[in-house]
Design a protein around this ligand. Structure first.
Ligand SMILES: *Cc1c(COP(=O)(O)O)cnc(C)c1O
Length: 353
């Protein structure tokens, strides 16, 4: 895995190398244009800004090297999720989604797609392994689930789904293609909110769909073109720039998470600690909402904010959004701060509770 990742990271960092002429910039230029010169017969792919953009293409090439798959980039994770839903489910279909996964996906199904005759069932991620998949056109997994951090085996879900003729889509936002490879495990499609660790600096929204299925790729690209959801070139530039250090950031974030767990796992101020064994997101349950808020707000190295995967450690109480977690549940996203300083500041905030 490490060696395979090294190959992919190298390919990502040098995705532009082969195609550059002398004098061309190493970093992708931010090309802001709605129109391209286009006289006579349209004999170039560069026709109109809603269809194609060189900065977006550079971001896609870098992500494609990591995913080892065809990529369609989107302006946010939800735009990628919408595209994946649009090309995999149709009127009359049923889709299985995690009840403990990213809640906006369920809002989309419940409040928008239900009106288009698409039905869904939501079950806990832990129950996917034993679920009857026969009613579903699509099985949608998120493992570890966000925010509950429960797991299911993508390989077994994909095998069962294949046997019953369902497509498998995996939301791989929490682990990224460097820590988990859903397409290698049998998934048909990956969706990702690159707003999180992929871009990594909490300064842009981005998302992508990855697939090795030529037909799904074609449909996804067509969906983006006709729905008009191409990313902005500035965001594509920021995502590309952030992505270049993904491996280094993940290494520090995961190392920080493990060092912190080592010190706080049995701290008296915490009721339970949840960690899926990989990654940089930790679930901490405190006795009450008040204790949880005090932990977040009194710690100088934790940004109180939603989202995760940025260079700065951040945390929030997920019950404030209505997630099915205890009132005192905190999702802690570990950042790239120096390890010893981060651990001792968080420990001090726990000691003060
Ligand atoms: C944040 C997130 C999304 C949505 O991504 P946006 O970029 O905010 O649209 C989807 N899935 C998961 C697991 C997420 O954490």
């Amino acid at each position: 895995m490490e060696k395979e990742n090294a190959k992919r990271i190298l390919a990502m960092l040098h995705a532009r190398s082969g195609s550059l002429e002398n004098g061309e910039p190493i970093s992708p230029p931010i090309v802001t244009t709605a129109k391209y010169a286009l006289a006579g017969a349209p004999n170039t792919p560069y026709t109109y800004g809603r269809d194609i953009n060189p900065t977006v293409e550079a971001a896609e090439a870098a992500i494609a090297a990591l995913e080892e798959a065809a990529i369609v980039a989107f302006p946010s994770g939800m735009a990628a999720i919408t595209a994946a839903l649009m090309v995999t489910v149709k009127a009359g279909d049923r889709i299985l989604v995690p009840s403990d996964g990213y809640y906006v996906t369920r809002v989309m199904l419940e409040e928008i797609l239900a009106d288009h005759d698409i039905q869904f069932d939501a079950i806990p991620t832990k129950a996917f392994a034993t679920a009857d998949l026969s009613p579903y056109a699509v099985v949608w997994c998120e493992t570890p689930s966000n925010p509950g951090l429960d797991l299911c085996s993508i390989r077994s879900v994909a095998e069962a789904a294949r046997a019953s003729g369902a497509k498998v889509v995996v939301d791989n936002t929490t682990l990224t293609p460097l820590l988990q490879r859903p397409l290698d495990l049998g998934a048909d499609m990956v969706v990702s909110s690159d707003t999180k660790a992929m871009a990594g600096h909490s300064d842009c929204l981005f998302g992508h769909v990855a697939t090795r299925d030529a037909d799904l790729f074609k449909k996804t690209a067509k969906w983006r073109k006709v729905s008009g959801s191409i990313p902005d070139p500035f965001a594509a530039f920021l995502m590309h720039r952030g992505l270049m250090t993904l491996e280094l950031r993940l290494e520090r974030m995961c190392q920080n998470a493990l060092a912190l767990l080592d010190r706080i796992e049995s701290h008296a101020a915490i009721e339970t600690v949840k960690y899926p064994g990989i990654g940089f997101v930790i679930g901490l349950t405190f006795a009450s909402e008040t204790k949880a808020e005090a932990f977040i707000n009194n710690c100088p190295v934790i940004f109180a904010s939603t989202s995760f995967g940025g260079v700065h450690t951040s945390a929030e109480r997920r019950a404030r959004w209505g997630d099915e977690v205890p009132e005192g549940f905190v999702r802690l996203s570990i950042g790239c701060e120096p390890t010893a300083e981060l651990v001792s500041a968080i420990e001090a905030s726990l000691d003060a509770l």
